[in-house]
Design a protein around this ligand. Sequence first.
Ligand SMILES: Cc1cc2nc3c(=O)[nH]c(=O)nc-3n(C[C@H](O)[C@H](O)[C@H](O)COP(=O)(O)O)c2cc1C
Length: 167
Amino acid sequence: MNRCIVYFSKDGNTEYVAKLLASEIEGELIKLAEKSPRDGVIGFIKSGFQAVTKASSKLIGEPWNKIEDFDFIYVMTPIWAGNGTPAINAFLDKVDLKNKSIGIITLQSDASHKGIEKTHEYLMNRVKSKGGIATECFALTGSSPGKFAGEERLKNEFKRVIMSGSA
Ligand SMILES: Cc1cc2nc3c(=O)[nH]c(=O)nc-3n(C[C@H](O)[C@H](O)[C@H](O)COP(=O)(O)O)c2cc1C
């Protein structure tokens, strides 16, 4: 099975876990990069607003055209204001997921993952509307906003949640 990992990461936590997963499953990494920066307090507020309104951002290149050869795709995003990110929304707007299986992986600061089922359900429905089947969802604890949780913590979280198979 050909597998890839499509991810967005602002502060490096999701990216770090995406790389751990890539080496574990020998999957290809597809990084989503945005055209506009999200610096400072204004960037933080803008990001929360866009996430809560389920807006899409402008991405560099056409990453949705890179997934054709893969039959299993992990979609990874941080949680912003209780939602996925504008970059993931933009990817899901354009991608064709017909006959593809999808795993959804989210990272967030709230270790209780309150309300994550609803967010996962929203992302699963977006996948379904693009012809894909979301087969599994994982909720990981990352860092507080703007921070990096550290390699050891993220490695442990990766092992605990993804490698043990519990969502
Ligand atoms: C704009 C913004 C909003 C956030 N909102 C939430 C939230 O609603 N709930 C939560 O648990 N964490 C929230 N976070 C924290 C991130 O989900 C967390 O720091 C994650 O590990 C970031 O991943 P990254 O390093 O890959 O960007 C938010 C972070 C940012 C920047």
